[in-house]
Design a protein around this ligand. Structure first.
Ligand code: B4P
Length: 193
């Protein structure tokens, strides 16, 4: 099994690059953002709870996303590896993920961290908001609240994996194909190591 985390602030290109990476490496894509949006569109109780947080640019409570990821891992028994996109976003989520993967004797192999400046993030998300219909993309104040939430709670996740030497930083500005090339080079270096 090869398990990787695609990490970075909101709008750094995690969703965009995940699509290309799963096609190349044959991994199962688990995006907590997509799973939560699917719960919202089906108007489940979980989705309605999550929407209150997402609309403000806040993180959804740990127990909600950990439960969702745990059942998604169980539903993909024969996966040859997972790409975790937008998860873990807190130190508690990172510890919970390690415990879940310990049961499968398949730890995280690498965390790829996309680096993008705040002004570029705001620009990308405002642009996506013109067409995405996502309520968390349409308002600059909410976008900046998401970025602040990332600095307050999510950067700690990189520190957590850094202590195990699992983090590779990747420049996240430039063309989508160039960034994809850099991500693949970082993955291949880990596979060959
Ligand atoms: P997510 O769905 O994870 O999404 P995201 O942070 O908005 O963006 P991503 O980085 O995937 O951006 P994308 O590739 O689309 O989270 C949404 C919300 O869900 C969170 O705020 C939170 O409330 C909740 N949530 C999710 N997971 C959670 C968790 N684990 N715990 C608690 N809460 C959680 O790229 C953005 C835009 O940039 C796109 O329009 C794209 O076309 C463009 N773009 C991409 N690459 C580009 C490039 N190289 N150049 C120019 N534009 C580019």
């Amino acid at each position: 099994m090869f398990n990787l985390i695609l990490f970075g602030p909101p709008g750094s290109g995690k969703g965009t690059q995940s699509e290309k990476l799963i096609a190349k490496y044959g991994l199962v894509h688990l995006s907590t953002g997509d799973l939560l949006r699917s719960e919202i569109s089906r108007q489940t109780a979980l989705g309605m709870e999550a929407k209150n947080f997402m609309d403000k640019g806040a993180l959804v409570p740990d127990e909600v996303v950990i439960g969702m990821i745990s059942s998604s891992i169980d539903q993909n028994e024969s996966a040859k590896g997972f790409l975790f996109d937008g998860f873990p976003r807190t130190a508690a989520q990172a510890e919970a993920l390690d415990k879940l993967l310990e049961l499968k004797k398949a730890p995280i192999d690498v965390m790829l961290a996309l680096e993008v400046s705040e002004e570029e993030l705001v620009k990308r998300l405002m642009k996506r908001g013109e067409t995405s219909g996502r309520s968390d993309d349409t308002n600059e104040e909410i976008i900046r609240a998401r970025i602040l939430e990332y600095h307050n709670k999510t950067t700690a996740v990189a520190d957590y994996y850094n202590q195990f030497n699992k983090v590779s930083m990747v420049e996240g500005e430039g063309s989508i194909d160039d960034i994809f090339g850099s991500l693949c080079a970082a993955i291949d270096a880990r596979i060959e190591a």
